[in-house]
Structures are given as C-alpha cells and as structure tokens.
Design a protein around this ligand. Structure first.
Ligand SMILES: Cc1cc2nc3c(=O)[nH]c(=O)nc-3n(C[C@H](O)[C@H](O)[C@H](O)COP(=O)(O)O)c2cc1C
Length: 335
C-alpha cells in the first residue's frame, strides 16, 4: 500500500502531519510523534508579537490558554525546556533537525507587514525544510476594506517568497468574501501550499468576574466539513498543494479529505485528546480501508471527490439550504 504523498515538493511517507501546537514545541515530543509514524511536523508558531515585543508579551504566549488543555497533554512527557524567545526558536529548529529524519516545517505567525518577516529567512537558515506562514488576522477596523485585508495577505506572502527558497505554505482562515479569489491571489503571490483552515478562538464572558476570557477548545470531527468543502472547490483550479486542518480525528476523516483534494491532513486536537499512538491507529485503519476498497495508493484517490470530478457538484457549490432543511424535517418525521 503506497501511503506516500507529495506536499509542496516534500516527499512524505504518509498524509499524517501533526500541525502547529504545543505538541510540536520541543524535541522530546517531536521524536515521539516521529516514532509513532508522523510524516512531517509543523512546529509551534513563532509569533509576530513575540518577535516585536519580546519581553512584555512573552508571559502571555507561555501561558496562553494552557489551563484549557493541560489534561490533554498528559500523553506527552513534561518538556524539559521551553522555547521562550525568537533566538531559542531558531536554536530549537537546529536541534530538532539534527535529531529527526522527517521534514520539519517552521511556523511564523503574524499579520502586519514588518520586521518579524525577517524571521522567515532565519527559520530557513536554521535548517527548516519548509515554512508555514500563519496569517492570523481579525479585521476590526471599520475603514479597512476586504481588498485592503487581502492585500495584507498577498504583500506578506510576496515578501517572504522573494526572500526564502524553501517552500512556503500559507495558513488562512475561512472567512473571506471570496475564498476562490483569495486562493488565486495567494497562488499569484507565490504560495506553494494553502493550509485550510486557521481556527479562531472566540472569547467567552465570565459571568462571575464580569470579564471576557480566553479559552482554547479542542476540535470535533464534524469540523472537517469546512476544509473538505473548500479544498474540493479549489483543487484543480488553484495550482498549490493543500493541507487540511480542523477536525481530523480518524482514518475516515483522512480518506474524505484526500478524496476532496488534500495532499496532507494535519492533526492537533485529536493527538492531544488521544495521544501520539493515534497516528499508528489511523495509518493502520487507512491501509485496511484501502485494501478492502481496492485502492493501492493515496495518489489514486487524491481529488477523486473534488468539484471537478464530483458526481454531484451542486451539493458543493450551492448552499441548497431549503432542500437541506426539507431533508432534515423528513428524517425527523421518520425517527
Ligand atoms: C492548544 C493549541 C495551540 C495551537 N497553536 C498554534 C500555533 O501556534 N500556530 C498555528 O498555526 N496553529 C496553532 N494551533 C491550531 C492547530 O494547528 C490547528 O490548525 C487547529 O487546532 C485545528 O486542527 P485540529 O482540529 O486538529 O485541532 C493550535 C491549536 C491548539 C489546540
């Protein structure tokens, strides 16, 4: 069974990649992920704020929401060392590259064109095999138009592409007026891959303390439908690699996303919830399913359910809300 896949030029042994999260912060955990079958890793991000105002915001990044998922991390040993600042981040890449065989993808997270982008070059120089640029931006300025927001993305990607020679993936959110146009513009700016999608954490209100509070919540498998729909639509129309992120918890999720057009599927929440052994389980389940259904490679199924090959394209491109509701009512009637 050939599970190998090409992701923006990286030859990977399977489509199972731990995405950027505290699990990919340190060498000990990355070794565990490699031993359990991960085909590459995306490191925890280095943030624009961390670079620009190193000291004052450092504590925030070290603590960010850890209370929300502390238990989930119990599968992994406690890290001996934490990566605290930009220099340590680069040193950490060198250390990880020297110790593991799988490709290491650095992650740079920012939204305002500026000096932090220089770290793309430094991440490349530290030995990363590729870079994931997470443009995590919440537009709250009432004078900023969608065209302004999109230009921000393409400006950052163009600058980074002009300054590094490793492949660059761009991790985006799903909320654009026209995602196909944005994807095309990012392809034009030089993106080698799109990672779909960023997951925004919405603050809650604490009714006792009357303050807004941050809380990280792990994903649910039903969330794959969002990347699944959009990767299906873009695959074959935008000439980049695709990584699906958000809700990948099982081999079924991986199969659906690969058929929709994903070159790799990324996992964070599921690994936090079930531990690194889940990668082996998914790999085994993939092989069993492919065997039973007479597939002999990932390449053979890639994009087979994408819009350009879909036997029912209307379900992908038209939000047929009325029919969906009628079917829902009819099924309720039967229950
Ligand atoms: C605790 C936590 C920390 C994360 N930190 C980062 C990060 O530093 N950079 C990034 O690009 N994504 C980060 N993510 C997002 C994940 O990489 C992933 O895109 C998202 O969780 C959806 O995938 P999942 O359903 O597999 O969790 C983080 C997710 C979690 C749960």
């Amino acid at each position: 069974m050939r599970l190998n896949t090409n992701y923006m030029g990286l030859e990977l042994k399977n489509p199972l990649v731990p995405s950027s999260s505290p699990l990919t912060e340190n060498l000990d955990n990355i070794k565990i992920l490699e031993d359990n079958g991960a085909s590459a890793v995306v490191l925890l991000s280095l943030f624009e704020e961390q670079i620009e105002q190193e000291d004052s915001t450092l504590e925030f990044f070290m603590d960010y929401g850890t209370e929300s998922y502390a238990e989930s991390l119990s599968y992994f040993p406690k890290a001996h060392e934490f990566v605290s600042g930009p220099q340590e981040y680069l040193e950490n890449i060198r250390k990880i590259k020297a110790a593991v065989e799988i490709p290491v993808i650095g992650s740079l997270n920012g939204a305002t064109p500026g000096g932090w982008m220089e770290y793309a070059k430094k991440i490349e120089a530290a030995g990363a095999d590729a870079l994931e640029l997470n443009i995590h931006y919440l537009p709250v300025d009432f004078n900023e138009t969608s065209a302004d927001v999109e230009k921000r993305y393409t400006d950052i990607v163009s600058w980074v592409k002009a300054n590094v020679s490793i492949p660059v993936a761009v991790k985006i959110g799903s909320r654009f007026s026209s995602l196909p146009a944005v994807a095309k513009a990012l392809e034009g700016a030089g993106a080698d891959a799109l990672v779909m999608f960023n997951r925004f954490y919405h603050p809650d209100v604490d009714l006792e303390k009357l303050v807004t509070k941050r809380q990280v919540q792990l994903s649910h498998a039903r969330e794959i439908r969002l990347p699944m729909r959009w990767i299906s639509i873009l695959r074959g129309n935008v000439n980049v690699s695709f990584a699906a992120s958000g809700g990948v918890h099982s081999a079924q999720d991986v199969l659906k996303l690969v058929m929709s057009g994903a070159d790799v599927t990324m996992l964070a929440s599921a690994l936090m919830a079930h531990g690194p052994g889940l990668i082996r389980t998914i790999e085994k389940d993939l092989i069993t399913w492919m065997d039973e259904n007479e597939y002999n490679s990932i390449d053979q199924m890639k994009g087979s359910m994408s819009l350009i090959h879909s036997p029912k394209p209307q379900t992908l491109v038209r939000d047929n809300y009325m029919r969906t509701l009628l079917e829902f009512q009819a099924n309720r009637g039967k229950a």
